[in-house]
Design a protein. Structure first.
Length: 421
């Protein structure tokens, strides 16, 4: 039985592994891979033997390189009956994992994996790679000699969604952007073009689900947001994202054993937990406000108003900053590639400027979204003023209801990142 194993590394892990690459790198990696991939035939374990090992670099984005490890393995056994295969190589790494199975002169029945690779042996990834990467770690099938029934029936692969026009346009801009960073000669017009593209890409990146827009909507609606509240969120997002990219980029450069995808996943968990914590404090504040209003009506309006306003203002500011931190906490992979590519080419300050411009684009989208939400809430309240009793009831219930929504959304974001770990 033959096994063609391919490990395709993106720009960041390739950059981290550069110090380990030498004349024996491919052989060492393939030996570790062969030991981690388990094969059983007819219930008996069969070891793999490395026949050939190869390692090559290809140009990547932002002036960086990607790498491809190819291992040809052989298992010395008479293949017949039930076969199971388990890929245990670097189980802690997050990424695309794909298994295919074909038979030459034999028939494969009840196969749990397809015959053909949907990625062309890790050369052409589908558009939904980042949203729902394939994660095949086991395969099983039954081998028999070819008889009356020919062919190799296998289970199909679920349909893969294809990005729409907006996603395709952003991908094209992203390729152009990273290409400018890696240009041999960087002129002033090219630099300005790259900065402009960074702002556009940052704005487009903020439109992707998972950057706290729904959370911000719930918060501003429940807390009677003002235009300057949206500006605070936007400014905090810019600062947090820029600092986050610089910190993660430095960590990945210094600590080569650190997996970039795991770092991003943990930051996603932290962002979700932070949002949920903000929601819990909003629930506490909303319930406290209700009690204060009840006491205020009994002992005088002036006392209740003075206490409620001062307490709520402090909570508003810290809550807005928390939302901004959560929205910019997870660095964009494209921004990381651009920063590390610029550093590798001796253009560190240019990379920092591009990352800052990227954060400004994100902040612009979130700020505009927040301003539109504030206007929308004002209009809805104005239209509801005709039914004062109903409007008063809804107004009283809004803070507590939106606080609960913030908790649920934060928990959902944390769980979505946690499942990838």
């Amino acid at each position: 039985m033959e096994n063609l194993a391919v490990v395709d590394l993106a720009e960041l892990p390739t950059l981290q592994a550069r110090t380990e690459v030498d004349a024996t790198y491919a052989s060492r990696r393939c030996a570790a891979l062969a030991a981690a991939q388990r094969l059983t035939v007819g219930g008996a374990a069969v070891p793999w033997r490395v026949v050939r090992a190869g390692h090559a670099y290809t140009p990547g984005q932002g002036g960086l390189r990607t790498s491809r490890l190819t291992c040809d393995l052989v298992a010395e056994t008479a293949v017949s009956g039930a076969v199971t295969f388990t890929d245990g190589f670097e189980q802690d790494r997050i990424g695309w994992r794909e298994i295919t199975a074909t038979g030459a002169g034999v028939r494969l029945a009840d196969a749990t994996v397809p015959q053909s690779s949907v990625s062309g042996e890790l050369r052409r990834y589908p558009d939904d790679l980042l949203t729902s990467p394939l994660d095949q770690r086991t395969a099983s099938f039954t081998v028999s000699r070819l008889g009356a029934g020919t062919g190799t029936p296998t289970s199909g692969t679920p349909g893969l969604s294809v990005g729409g026009p907006v996603g395709e346009a952003l991908d094209a801009l992203d390729r152009t952007f990273t290409g400018l960073v890696g240009a041999d000669s960087l002129t002033v017009p090219l630099g300005l073009l790259a900065l402009g593209l960074a702002v556009v890409l940052g704005a487009g990146h903020a439109l992707i689900p998972g950057h706290g827009k729904t959370v911000m909507a719930a918060y501003l609606a429940g807390r009677r947001g003002r235009p300057r509240d949206a500006l605070v969120v936007g400014a905090t997002v810019t600062a947090t994202h820029t600092v986050g990219v610089l910190a993660v980029g430095l960590a990945l450069s210094v600590f080569t054993a650190l997996a970039g995808e795991s770092v991003l996943a943990w930051l996603g968990v932290a962002g979700g937990v932070l949002i949920a914590a903000i929601g819990l404090r909003l629930i506490h504040t909303a319930r406290r406000s209700r009690n204060a209003q009840a006491v205020g009506h009994g002992h005088g309006h002036g006392h209740g108003h003075g206490h409620g306003h001062g307490h709520g203002h402090g909570h508003r500011r810290s809550g807005l900053v928390g939302l901004g931190v959560a929205g910019g906490l997870v660095p964009s992979p494209s921004a990381l590639v651009v920063l590390l590519g610029a550093v590798a080419l001796g253009r560190t300050w240019f990379g920092v400027a591009l990352v800052t411009a990227y954060g400004v684009g994100m902040a612009a989208t979130l700020t505009v979204t927040g301003l539109l939400l504030v206007k929308l809430v004002d209009r809805l309240e104005a239209r509801a003023s005709a039914g004062r009793r109903l409007a008063a009831r809804l107004s009283g219930a809004a803070p507590l209801g939106t606080a609960v929504m913030v908790v649920l959304l934060g928990a959902g974001l944390a769980l979505r990142s946690a499942v990838t770990l």
